[in-house]
Design a protein around this ligand. Sequence first.
Ligand SMILES: O=C(O)CCC(=O)C(=O)O
Length: 270
Amino acid sequence: MTLPTLDGHHELAPDAVASLRERGHCVVRGLASADECAAYLPEIQAGVDRWHPEPPPFDERDTYGKAFLQAMALRSIHEPTMGFVDSPRFARAAAELMGVDGVRLYHDQALFKEPRGGRTPWHQDQNYWPLDTDDIVTMWMPLVDLDPAVGSMTFIDGSHLDGDVGAGEISDASDEAIQRSIDTGGRATTTHGVLRAGDATFHKGWTIHSAGPNPTDRMRPVMTIIWFADGARATEPNSPEQRFDLHTWLGGAAPGTLAQSDTNPLVWPT
Ligand SMILES: O=C(O)CCC(=O)C(=O)O
């Protein structure tokens, strides 16, 4: 089957741009069609299967492991997914939402929450990223209509403006620390609720977020793509996780140099 080309311009609602800037997250409905998602789902599933041929039983996993099957860089391990990950339509939306001229790929990852999968702990993504810019955004797109019992992510409004809140890597500890700050009168939380296949949320690197468990018998297949503003530079890694990312997702760029390795193509403008 020929995979659809995900180009063309998706006109963004002005409130989406304002929401990303002010609240650190937004929803964009209908960025892909249900047919486009259905065409790519088997290819993305093939990439997930390659990463996780035999997922261990839940009782052998930690909280993070129970939250989803994580399959990264599908673009480079299963070539048919490239049309999805390198989509100029998605990348242009990311650039317009952030108000930047161009974006480069950081990496893609599928996050498939299995039937009975656990909740995704509160965390901040940018802890992991050795880049000198806050113009980094993740697109989170379900490839099927979400079951209302599963829903989409929950964000802490405006938390991107606080930068690193010191909750550390995604874990029970990050979850507890952030939950405490919400319970003691922190910022408001928002979810964009049930999304249809091809709707997407976007969130900034420092935006605190979590997702509910999957109490259903159906997989929650979600594809994510992370982009950063063209012109960003690599920074000195400040943790083992950042060292891993510098090597894996930024081609081992020397701190202080432009992040533009072969794994970081300029995907908008093309
Ligand atoms: O899909 C999820 O449950 C969480 C996703 C997430 O944390 C992310 O995309 O940054």
